[in-house]
Design a protein around this ligand. Structure first.
Ligand code: RIB
Length: 297
């Protein structure tokens, strides 16, 4: 069984379904409100677990009611929580999400996620040493992201750096990653480049292997050689929240196969994830992914 360690955020998603996005200063009548579990790190942990991996989460929750629910939610999915830290006198992370026309807009308040430190990563050294792949995103403090990249690299583990939400990062951090996985918008921010620049040119400037996700269009990837295109899978999109998380999780789970196969499966898993409401609603199980790809489940 593939072992995956996720270092990252855990949020409660406060989701409003609306006919469209409100303009600044406008009040809109929404259609529905739901509270769903999310956070990029926790979503990636759940997606990897559903795909059959043995998953350990390194993260932080608050000592509030959301924290207790988030803990239970991860435990129910079979994610190992020995490195989940409950921070006293602190709220859990939240994400206020508007979903309109299959797209989303998100505002995050980090809460306890901001208190995940390099020391917490250090304490998870044994788990990381046993892992086949490590996932990290940018909803955790940057020093914690750096510590994950450095420890993973020191232990010879492939670290997938999902640079979301995007911010510019030192190129030497990228060199520590097995793959960096931005979407087109994140790629430009990561490099401090103009968003109008051709992403194929920007990809050339990334100093490590890269998979650039392209939503319904699939992905472009470069693993040392030429740029390769993986087409997207057609589905009816209900909610794109969590598609990137599902993609990254699948890439980690299938990284022991050849890269072309891992990226194809990641695109398929990401496509399935948008067919239901919520970041985790459409995340496929291994059997669902195999059936979608036309293989026996
Ligand atoms: O990637 C989707 C996630 O981003 C949501 O679950 C939300 O919590 C934000 O972190």
């Amino acid at each position: 069984m593939t072992r995956v360690v996720v270092v990252g955020s855990i949020n409660m998603d406060l989701v409003t379904l609306a006919p469209r996005f409100a303009a600044p200063g406008e009040t809109l009548l929404g259609e529905r409100f739901v509270t769903l579990q999310g956070g990029k790190g926790a979503n990636q942990a759940v997606a990897a677990a559903r795909l059959g991996a043995e998953v350990a989460m390194v993260g932080a929750i608050g000592d509030d009611a959301f924290g207790a629910q988030l803990y239970e939610g991860l435990a129910r999915e079979g994610v190992a929580l020995d490195h989940l830290h409950r921070i006293d006198d602190c709220g859990s992370g939240t994400a206020s999400i508007t979903v309109a026309g299959g797209e989303n807009a998100i505002v995050i308040v980090p809460g306890a996620n901001a208190r995940l430190t390099p020391a917490h990563v250090e304490r998870a050294t044994d788990a990381i040493a046993r892992a086949d792949a490590v996932l990290v995103q940018l909803e955790s403090p940057l020093e914690t992201v750096e510590a994950t990249l450095r420890l993973g690299s020191k232990l010879g583990k492939p670290v997938i750096l999902n640079p979301a939400p995007a911010q510019p990062l030192p190129p030497e951090w990228l060199e520590l990653a097995r793959f960096v996985t931005p979407n087109e918008h994140e790629l430009a921010i990561l490099l401090g480049a103009d968003a109008s620049e051709d992403p194929r040119e920007l990809i050339r400037r990334i100093p490590c292997p890269i998979v650039m996700t392209r939503g319904a269009e699939g992905a472009w990837y470069r693993d040392g050689g030429e740029l390769v295109q993986q087409s997207g899978f057609k589905v009816d999109a209900v909610d794109s929240t969590g598609a990137g998380d599902t993609f990254n999780a699948a890439l980690a789970v299938f990284l022991n196969e050849d890269v072309a196969s891992a990226v194809r499966k990641a695109c398929a898993a990401g496509a399935l994830s948008v067919t239901r409401l919520g970041a985790r609603g459409g995340m496929p199980t291994r059997a669902e992914l195999d059936a979608f790809l036309g293989k026996p489940a």
